[in-house]
Design a protein around this ligand. Structure first.
Ligand code: GLC
Ligand code: GLC
Length: 815
């Protein structure tokens, strides 16, 4: 069953009924000001940091699930009937409800009793504000007298404190109202320099800024007292819960339309110009006034919206493909790329499943998010790599997370996730392959943000590799530390206290837990660093890294191979994990993917065998589960993974992030049908028809789909913010379609389903545009027989970079 449809021409998903199984959301903003918005206008906004600079309040896990948002109410003065044109929160019956989620904007439209309303929500490029543009049209035969009310609830900035510290916060709220603008200025004194504003393009009939006055005692957002009676109270918040509500009166002739614009924004004043007049406590509004005035104008709003659409056309234009499969086209050309931008921006902080108060930017997460984003805005990827590296510890180790506002490592979560450092090498390598900008390697970067400790980025990469070599266990495999990629495989934790965090509790000393996964990752990272060293002319060093990699490769084959698949780890006591010897958790997906990506077992049949085992034991119709058999009880020596019920999350759920590793592995060994089949199983677009089961948005990847041991096998959870986005993008574009940036140019090395006969792609790469067409006889999956560039045959399948501005035609014949 579907709840809408794709409109690929407009790059939108169109939701045609408001009661989707879960809130189906979108993101507003692409640089510093962000918001999440659901198909019924739920959600919230923040500036840079979802925890520390929250503009609007949201109550997570609410009933109904999605309540609190960017609400508008219409009220018919004649009948007193009032409704929400976005359905929530009044849930009044609507004719023609439609929500169009697009690239950085959402538009919700509906009709009730002949009154049509369409609201477009977006954040203009380069601005720290969001626009709500509402168009109301009277489709009735007679005149309509209407009242329009807006409503947001302000958050008192720190979203965590806001939800807990009521004894203080109920006494701090402050606002100012001037003309049609409501200023939320809680704590805007000598200490705090920022405020929020909520402006309206029309003269007001009234306003409210005290939530309880606007709503009325014991009443909810579904029937605010002001809306019910058709008149604001002009309340000015003192303490309690400041809100923002404008009241606009509209009289529309039959057929007449009226546009009303609301602007919600964030502003910082410099210390010396905070107050007007100086010495008062009144917010100086002079600097922000021109911005507000500009975006309350219809023409400016329209051109900012067009600007946003053009921006996305440009970004998405960097890679466009035409394949025989519409789901592939749609995801590669539109939604997967878009999701990569969102995960790059948000890391794991703010979604309907991430509250925005818990987690900063993950060290390993952000490095992986880069992989799917770097081709779009390489300058931002560059900045991110340097930010991440600046939090690295002198040992080469890493804080597991850092805060985006301060860019400092997060002490609360700490470090010791021993895979973290290696991902920095992969992130940097992806940037270098895309741009050939070797200068990044010489950028001076601190350790632990400590001024004076700067060393070139290159040295950070060296220390990353060293970190693993300095921490080898009895089999000479890397010690796992707190955990590796699988945060929930906690081999040194031994937690017996309920509620204790597996990620932060003190580890038991003296163990020897080792990770085969990090072994694979190390082999991959060592080869990447060897290539980077080679580019710098440091050939001796490159040899050393290759030798380190080769040694680890041998160790993995020797101690990491179980006979039919790669083992997962050795536990604290040196006992094997992920082996046929284990009754539960005898095979894990991660080392099968990572070891093969690193090239281990390609020459001796191990890779093929491991992938056959994945197919036999882990693959399901809804994707490949993380391990089998699922853990049916808690294993104190394995940690969090065994705390989940079977089939969920890391305990044998389809943890989607890992699936593309298997797709890539299949592509590496040339099994195009298998690679593509796995790709299709979790492709959200190809799951659209089972939306009632899948439940999450059909346009973005979720973190997890419940595995076959779960009661709700096939049900997705935790949509949007997941390494799944970047890795699937890499798998399909670079390995299945095979269009891959390398240091020496653009490699075209597809691995396709047998049935396919051709596909086309356009790729902009280092300033030149490549029009690529690939053809192949049926029955072949892999192998390039001939490549021509502008009609001239080249050696091999690596196209040397063409001059910036060039447009070249590339013809690839497989066979
Ligand atoms: C979450 C974390 C990621 C981790 C994964 C597996 O997605 O953000 O860092 O690798 O879970 O545990
Ligand atoms: C939880 C999640 C896991 C995540 C970890 C880190 O354990 O299940 O996916 O990686 O938290 O925050």
């Amino acid at each position: 069953m579907r709840y809408g449809h794709f409109d690929d021409g407009r790059r939108e998903y169109v939701i045609t009924r408001p009661d989707t199984p879960l809130p189906w959301i979108n993101y507003l903003g692409s640089e510093a000001y962000f918001g999440i918005i659901s198909n019924t206008a739920g959600g919230y906004s923040f500036y840079r940091d979802a925890r520390l600079r929250r503009l609007t309040r949201y109550r997570y896990n609410n009933v109904p699930f999605d309540l609190g948002g960017r609400y508008l109410y219409l009220r018919d003065s004649a009948s007193g009937d009032f409704w929400s044109p976005s359905w929530q929160p009044t849930q009044s019956e609507l004719e023609d409800y439609e929500c169009r989620h697009g690239m950085g904007y959402s538009a919700i439209s509906s009709c009730r009793n002949g009154i049509e309303a369409e609201t477009l929500y977006f954040v203009p490029l380069g601005e720290n504000l969001e626009i709500w543009r509402m168009r109301v049209t009277n489709k009735r035969d007679g005149e309509a007298k209407l009242s329009l009310f807006s409503a947001v609830e302000f958050c008192l900035w720190d979203a965590q404190d806001d939800q807990t510290n009521f004894q203080r916060n109920f006494s701090t709220g402050q606002v100012e109202v001037e003309g049609s603008v409501i200023y939320h200025k809680t704590e805007y004194r000598e200490r705090r320099d920022h405020f929020a504003y909520f402006a309206c393009s029309e003269p007001l009939a009234g306003f409210d800024t005290q939530r309880d006055t606007f709503l009325g005692a014991y009443k909810g957002w579904d029937s605010p007292a002001a809306v019910e009676r058709g008149e604001s109270f002009d309340s000015v918040a003192h303490g309690w819960a400041p809100c923002g509500s404008h009241h606009v009166e509209l009289t529309l002739a039959p057929g007449e339309s009226k546009e009303v614009i609301f602007v919600l924004g964030y502003w910082e004043n410099p210390d010396e110009a905070k107050f007007d007049p100086p010495g008062s406590q009144t917010v100086s509004k002079k600097p922000v006034a021109p911005v507000i005035e500009r975006y309350l104008r219809s023409d400016e709003v329209e051109s900012a919206y067009q600007g946003l659409r053009d921006y996305w056309s440009r970004l998405l234009g960097i890679l466009q493909v035409q394949t025989p499969d519409e789901h592939t086209n749609r995801m590669v050309n539109i939604w997967n790329a878009y999701q990569c931008m969102v995960t790059f921006n948000m890391s794991r902080s703010a979604s309907f499943y991430e509250s925005g108060i818990g987690r900063g930017m993950g060290f390993r997460d952000s490095n992986q998010d880069l992989l799917g984003f770097v081709h779009m805005v390489p300058e931002r990827a560059r900045e991110r790599i340097l930010d991440i590296a600046a939090t690295q510890l002198p040992t080469g180790g890493a804080y597991h997370q850092y805060q985006p506002l301060t860019k400092r490592g997060n002490d609360a979560v700490g470090s010791g996730f021993n895979d973290d450092p290696a991902w920095l090498i992969l992130g940097a390598a992806a940037y270098l392959k895309e741009t050939a900008d070797l200068s990044i390697l010489d950028e001076p970067v601190t350790y632990d943000n400590e001024p004076g400790t700067e060393s070139p980025l290159y040295e950070h990469l060296q220390r990353s590799l060293r970190y693993t070599l300095d921490r080898l266990g009895p089999h000479e495999l890397p010690l796992i530390g707190r955990a590796d990629w699988n945060d929930c495989l906690n081999l040194n934790c031994f937690s017996t206290t309920p509620g204790e965090s597996f990620q932060t509790t003190e580890n038991k000393e003296g163990g020897v837990a080792e990770s085969v996964f990090i072994g694979g990752l190390f082999v991959l990272a060592a080869e990447e660093l060897a290539q980077i060293a080679g580019l710098r002319g440091q050939t001796d060093e490159a040899k050393v890294y290759r030798a380190d990699g080769a040694k680890m490769d041998t160790v993995v084959r020797e101690h990491g191979w179980d006979g039919e698949w790669f083992r997962r780890a050795y536990d604290y006591f040196g006992d094997v994990v992920g082996s046929a010897k284990n009754e539960e958790g005898s095979i894990f997906i991660e080392p099968q993917g990572m070891c093969i990506l690193a090239g281990i077992g390609l020459d001796d049949g191990k890779a093929e065998k491991a992938l056959d085992s994945v197919s036999d034991k882990l693959a399901t119709k809804h994707g490949i589960v993380l391990q089998q058999p699922a853990f049916t009880h808690y294993y104190v020596n394995l940690g969090e993974i065994s705390s989940y019920p079977p089939g969920y999350k890391e305990n044998a759920g389809v943890f989607c992030h890992t699936n593309p590793w298997i797709m890539i592995a299949e592509a590496i060994i040339g099994r195009g049908d298998a690679a593509f089949d796995y790709y299709q199983r979790i492709n959200p677009s190809s799951r659209e028809d089972i939306s009632e089961l899948h439940r999450c948005e059909p346009y973005v990847y979720p973190q997890m789909i419940a595995g076959k041991d779960a009661a709700s096998f096939g049900e997705a959870k935790n949509s949007w913010l997941s390494g799944t986005a970047a890795w699937n993008f890499v798998a399909v574009s670079q390995w299945i379609l095979g269009v891959r940036a390398e240091y020496g140019g653009l490699r075209i090395d597809p691995c396709l389903p047998k049935e396919w006969e051709r596909f086309e792609a356009t790729r902009r790469f280092r300033g030149a545009t490549y029009q690529i067409s690939v053809s192949k006889p049926k029955g072949v999956c892999k192998g390039v027989a001939q490549v021509t560039v502008d009609g001239k045959k080249i050696e091999g399948n690596l196209i040397a970079p063409q001059p910036a501005g060039a447009e070249v035609v590339v013809e690839v014949t497989m066979g």
